[in-house]
Design a protein around this ligand. Structure first.
Ligand code: SAM
Ligand code: SF4
Length: 326
């Protein structure tokens, strides 16, 4: 199987695929509350176009694909797309990142369609606070999580963005919730992604502090977790609970970056924090051949930047997360 290797010798074997830039929530670190500046519908790749591009990535050695957005469950027919992608040669692992608002309705169909692993964003277990952060209803997310459990996804990972003065008194509650339901927990540092209007950088909290805080109550031992992501795992001693720490700011992991992102409008972004990209939509709609597509992708991978500069240039990244595909 050919391999995609960038100019820093990093094998690229993971594609994060945004199926929509729309969302039914407005998380304060991600999207401005009154945001409506979405991509024109005719610019959004069709299922056929997505399938074609993912198929080409499969022939280039990409084995793992994660459906994301925006909120992927806002896109109609997502289970159908999932079934098509999981049947593609070379694609061994298809996973989903979701806010779980609509998961109760779709969990079973997604499992049937070949999605094995699921990540759910959850920043608070308190309904009022959840509403303040996301403008949504916690109840729906909890229903979605229970449906996912019922449908047999394994693992189910909860992603909690740690925010100073917002949810920093809830880390232990979240650990207990994950222990109770056999979920994996991951903490994420806020990244300066565009102007969300609510000062994501103001409540940045280093996860080194969170780890310290948790180790006062729990015995944390080094842990491992399959999946090849950037999280560094600890395990709560004498339990199955693994806790991942994703630290793009306090300890970046660019030297092991193995991914690229395809946005809903067909732009291949080579780094979350940089503007380097390849516009695939015009090529697809101009009737490019498979070889032409492969060549364009290889050329783009050779331009993948060495690292993001969130720390050095916090105002550089003007795209909000849902535009790139988080
Ligand atoms: N809507 C889905 C969800 O929330 O899981 C998938 C897309 S969302 C953009 C993917 C992930 O990006 C979520 O875990 C979210 O917490 C994270 N995210 C969004 N904006 C962020 C930011 N500025 N800093 C850190 N994480 C961010
Ligand atoms: Fe929507 Fe996910 Fe962004 Fe929240 S983090 S606004 S759920 S895309």
């Amino acid at each position: 199987m050919p391999e995609l290797i960038d100019s820093f010798n990093r094998p690229i074997e993971y594609l994060r695929l945004s199926v929509t830039d729309r969302c039914d929530l407005r998380c304060n670190y991600c999207m401005p509350r009154d945001f409506h500046d979405f991509e024109d519908q005719e610019h959004i790749l069709s299922f056929e176009e997505i399938e074609r591009v993912v198929g080409i990535f499969g022939t280039l050695g990409v084995k793992r694909v994660r459906l994301t957005g925006g909120e992927p469950l806002v896109r109609k027919g997502l289970p159908e797309l999932a079934a098509r992608l999981s049947a593609l040669p070379g694609i061994e692992d298809l996973s989903l990142s979701t806010n779980a608002v609509r998961l109760a309705k779709h969990a079973e169909a997604l499992a049937q369609a070949g999605i094995s692993r699921i990540n759910v964003s959850l920043d608070s277990l308190r309904p009022e606070r959840f509403k303040e952060i996301t403008s949504g209803k916690l109840e729906k997310v909890i229903d979605g999580l229970m449906a996912a459990k019922q449908a047999g996804f394994q693992p189910i990972k909860l992603n909690m963005v740690a925010m100073r003065g917002v949810n920093d008194d809830e880390f232990e509650d979240m650990v207990d919730f994950c222990l109770e339901h056999n979920f994996t927990l991951r903490f994420i540092e806020t990244m300066p992604m565009g102007d969300t209007g609510r000062g994501a950088t103001d409540y940045y909290l280093s996860l080194q502090t969170v780890k310290q805080q948790l180790s006062e109550r729990y015995e944390l031992v080094p842990g491992v977790m399959a999946g090849g992501g950037p999280a560094k795992y600890m395990q709560v001693a004498d339990t199955d609970l693994r806790i991942g720490f994703i630290t793009p700011i306090s300890q970046h992991f660019c030297e092991t970056c193995n991914r690229v992102r395809l946005s809903a409008d067909g732009t291949l972004y080579l780094c979350l924090g940089q503007d380097d990209k390849l516009e695939l939509r015009p090529l697809l709609r101009r009737g490019v051949s498979d070889d032409g597509l492969r060549e364009a992708i290889l050329g783009a991978i050779a331009r993948k930047p060495e690292k993001h500069e969130f720390r050095e240039k916090p105002s550089q990244q003007v795209r909000i997360m849902s535009m790139t595909g988080g």
